[in-house]
Each structure stands twice: as structure tokens, then as C-alpha cells.
Write a protein that binds this ligand. Structure first.
Ligand SMILES: C[S@@+](CC[C@H](N)C(=O)[O-])C[C@H]1O[C@@H](n2cnc3c(N)ncnc32)[C@H](O)[C@@H]1O
Length: 219
């Protein structure tokens, strides 16, 4: 039997991994992460805990992944973990939120690989903590989206929008039309974290690692 842990590494700060995530990364035989031109943010945040473990970067070409891509990645994982060994697959934030890891797990099941997931701090929660604003209060409704174009703000009090670089101007228009006030947060938990609230400043930004937190009245 082989064991694979999906590990949420949190928003980027290496101090924001759970104790359990650190223990499993330190004791793993192989560490997997999506390849992003030879780098990966989850891998960077786990770097202090990586010593002799083998590191394997897996290719998931952005916008071009198919079920076959995920199956091939799972086959590579299978090849790299020997019987009785443990692998960890690192995901930024939490593995249950818009993650390549779960796309892969849902595409292919290997009966001889036992899979378990360890939660991580999602970027939008780290961002809310950073600006000291509730995501929800008692009785409120919250929406999480990664595609603001399809977002429906009817009956929503609070929203977190990921992948903001897509149609940022139209997103702000929509938030304003529904009387939402917003915070744009870039590089949450990094030294260069930036919080913006003015529309004209936000529209100059293009960072992939950014999110919007917005709510109807109280923000
Ligand atoms: C594919 S989603 C991954 C979400 C992740 N699994 C989570 O739980 O936060 C990628 C998006 O997460 C957001 N994100 C992740 N880390 C971030 C950070 N440190 N600062 C700002 N946004 C971040 C950005 O909106 C980015 O476009």
C-alpha cells in the first residue's frame, strides 16, 4: 500500500502551515507540487520543512488540462511512491478550494494508494484576518467565487472573489451596482502584502495572487 496526503499549505507564510502538515512534510518520502515554470508557491512555503525528501513537480498546463492530464499526473505519483512509502501533494490554501489536487483525485482512483487530506488556511480567510473584517456575522449569507462574471449577488451579504485578474473592471462595476464595499488584497501573508480600497488603484493591478473581499454595508 502507498499513502498520499493532500496538504493545504495556507496562503504563503511558512508559519501558517498546521503542525500536522509540517510533521507530514518532514516525514514524507516524496513531495509533489504543480509545476509553475520550475517553481510553486506551496512548495516555497513548505521549504523550511524540506530537507532530504525527493521533490517532484507535476505539469498541469494552465487552461489546457484535461482528464488525461490528471490521470497522467496520478500515474507519475504512483511511479514515484514506492510500496510502503508516503507522498505529500502540496496545495496553496486548502485542497478543498479550487484545487488541482482534487481535480486529479476525482479523475482517477488507484486502489493501492490511500488518500487523506490535511486542511490548510484558505487565502480568503487569511485575507479577512489581515484586514480585521468578518467574513460573515450571525445570519449572513456568504458567497465564494473564482469567476466573478458568473457571480450572482442577489441575497448575498458578503463575497470573496478569487482569480481577480479576470475582468477586474467589470467585477468592481458589479460590486458597486449592488452597493458592496470592497477590499483588494494582493500577496496575502507575504512581506509585500498590499491592501487597496480605491477603484483607480485596484484597476492598475494584475496579480494572480490577489483576491477581493466585499460586503454589502459593514466593511
Ligand atoms: C486556484 S485558487 C486556489 C485557492 C486555494 N486553494 C485556497 O484555499 O485559497 C488560486 C487563487 O487563490 C487566491 N490566492 C491564493 N493565495 C493567495 C495569496 N497569498 N494572496 C492572495 N490571493 C491568494 C488568488 O485569488 C488566486 O488567484
Amino acid at each position: 500500500m502507498k499513502k498520499l496526503y493532500g496538504i493545504g499549505t495556507g496562503p504563503g507564510d511558512p508559519e501558517l502551515l498546521t503542525v500536522k502538515a509540517v510533521r507530514l512534510i518532514e516525514s514524507a518520502d516524496v513531495i509533489f507540487a504543480p509545476n509553475n515554470k520550475g517553481r510553486n508557491m506551496a512548495l516555497d512555503s513548505a521549504q523550511p520543512y524540506i530537507k532530504k525528501q525527493k521533490v517532484v513537480l507535476l505539469d498541469f498546463p494552465m487552461g489546457k488540462t484535461t482528464r488525461q492530464t490528471y490521470i497522467e499526473a496520478m500515474d507519475q505519483i504512483d511511479e514515484n511512491i514506492k510500496d510502503g512509502q508516503t507522498g505529500v501533494f502540496l496545495t496553496i490554501g486548502d485542497s478543498m478550494i479550487y484545487s488541482t489536487f482534487m481535480n486529479m483525485i476525482n479523475a482517477e482512483v488507484h486502489d493501492h494508494i490511500e488518500v487523506e487530506c490535511i486542511p490548510g488556511i484558505p487565502a480568503f480567510l487569511a485575507g479577512a484576518n489581515s484586514i480585521l473584517k468578518n467574513v460573515v456575522e450571525k445570519g449572513e449569507r456568504f458567497l465564494l467565487v473564482d469567476d466573478a462574471e458568473k457571480m450572482n449577488l442577489t441575497d448575498v451579504d458578503s463575497v470573496a472573489i478569487l482569480k481577480t485578474s479576470k475582468n477586474l473592471e467589470a467585477t468592481l462595476d458589479k460590486l458597486e451596482a449592488h452597493q458592496f464595499k470592497y477590499y483588494y488584497i494582493k500577496h496575502v501573508s507575504f512581506d509585500q502584502e498590499l491592501v487597496l480600497t480605491k477603484r483607480q488603484d485596484i484597476l492598475k493591478e494584475k496579480a494572480y495572487m490577489s483576491l477581493l473581499l466585499a460586503r454589502k454595508s459593514k466593511i
